[in-house]
Structure formats: C-alpha cells, structure tokens
Design a protein around this ligand. Sequence first.
Ligand SMILES: Nc1ncnc2c1ncn2[C@@H]1O[C@H](COP(=O)(O)OP(=O)(O)OP(=O)(O)O)[C@@H](O)[C@H]1O
Length: 281
Amino acid sequence: MSEVSEPADPADPAHPADLAEPAVALNWAAFGYGGEPRVEHLNLVVPRGAAVALIGPNGSGKSTLLKGLLGLADITSGKAIVLGGTPEQARRRVGTLPQSDARDTSLPITLRRVVTMGLYRNVGPLGRIGKRGREAVNQAIERVGLEHYAHRRFGELSGGQQQRAILARALVSDPQLLLLDEPFNGLDRENREMLLDLVRTQRDEGRTVIVSTHDLEIAQRACTHVLLLANGHLPGQPGHPTAFGPLDEALTLAAVQHAFHDSTVELDQHTVTTTREIDAP
Ligand SMILES: Nc1ncnc2c1ncn2[C@@H]1O[C@H](COP(=O)(O)OP(=O)(O)OP(=O)(O)O)[C@@H](O)[C@H]1O
C-alpha cells in the first residue's frame, strides 16, 4: 500500500510539488532580437532531472534559445515557462555557461573571484558572502577539480581550466537548471570526460541540464533527451525544431539528416558525425 503524504506547500521551493513541475515548458514559443524571431515553433516540455542535448547546424538558433530561457533574448511569440515562472523570474535559479568567445580573459581576477561572482546575483556585488557562501565556493572549485588553482589569475589558466572555472561559477549557487552553450568546444580528452561526468552527476542529483553541442557523441553519453534544430530553408529564416524527445526515440539518423539538411551525416558505430557539404573536401 502506498503512503499518503502531507499536502504540498507550493511556497516551499524544495517541496516535491515544485519539483513535479517541468523545468521548461514552451508553447509555440519563438525567441529573437529586436522583435525578429531567430528560432520559432518551439513546443515542448522538459521534465525535471532531464539532460537535453540541443543539436543543430550553425545559425539554427541554439544560443538564441538558451538566451531566451534566461530572458536575455526576446520572446517574440508564444509562451515560455521556466522553473514555474517567466524566464526573468527564474534567472536566479539558473546556472549558465556562455560560449567561450563571450568570455573576457583580460580581467586581472583570480579563479576564486570568478567563481564567487556566481553568488552575486543572490547577494549583489557589494553584498557579504558569508561562511556558507565561502564554503559553496570551495565546494564548486573542488567539484571541477581546480582546488590547486584557486588563487591563480583567470587569464593564466588553460582554456580547459577556464571552462571548468566558469562551470564552477554556474554551479556555486546550486541552480536547479543549467544552461551550457557549447561547453565541450576546444576541450582536451581529460576536460571533456570531466564535463561529461559532471553533466551526468547533475542529472542524477535531480537538476535539469540543457547543453548545446555540435558533437552527437556527447548527447549519446550524457543526455536523456535531444532537441534537434534546423535552419530555415531560406537564408534569414528562423530556425525550428525537427525532433524532440527521449534520446533513444528522437536521436535517429533520419532526424539528424533532417536537421542538417545541407550536410552529409554519417553513422560510425555509436557516433553520428556531420560534415557540411560546403566544408567537405
Ligand atoms: N544579438 C543578436 N542580434 C541579432 N541577431 C542575432 C544575434 N545573435 C544571433 N543572431 C542571429 O540569430 C541567428 C541564430 O543565431 P544563434 O547564435 O542562436 O545560432 P546557433 O545555432 O547558436 O549558431 P552557432 O552554432 O554558430 O553558435 C543567426 O542568424 C544569428 O546571426
């Protein structure tokens, strides 16, 4: 016989009633800039604890979708619910790793300071980071294996270490949703394995991860779901989804070929690779 539980308190963010809500629900949503959609026709529900691989060719709107979920790109039509509210309301509970080219490595600050910045949205840059905050910073740095580098200047770290530091900054506030924009770009094998492991751990701990990538092996090894985006058929048209669902149902060769309609798609054992015809020798 199953147990009868207490009624849910919807005001308690850690309560199961809150966790039963999807992490993201998009209802014919479109996101873009200056009122112009760059990705559209998004109709999907991401359950809590899912890890979604966001895959599509250049320009299909992966970054725009991630920015839209943070309230940093316009919602030009439809509706977007993130962690039960608007993207702006959810932002404090979302951790982000922007694309590496959006990173300023010239700032003369330590890795520890970079990670501490992940708490500013809760306390503000002039707010006091108490003992708990300092412990959270230590834990986030340890989690990405950089405890011996905490006092190094951020700009002196290798690309992979910088990526880990930004990841620690995303994790330090214990976010319920992680949005990672091409975090595997330029990583060597060791950093890549560490990041794959971290995505799996986040998911196992009940957090939701949406990770954009060009690498289908990452989807296959770390994710539960896949969202495939395609470019519009004419230049300048917004991107749109071609498949969304659990990985074993949605990540098929046909669906990938559909998304990358201007590329050659090959299936090699467990790995699917795409080559743009324009780039092929
Ligand atoms: N800030 C912006 N203002 C106006 N248009 C933008 C802006 N950022 C991106 N775009 C346009 O939106 C479209 C989608 O770009 P987006 O960066 O979201 O695609 P993507 O799938 O992430 O591409 P990539 O794989 O190259 O990172 C592109 O046509 C791009 O030129």
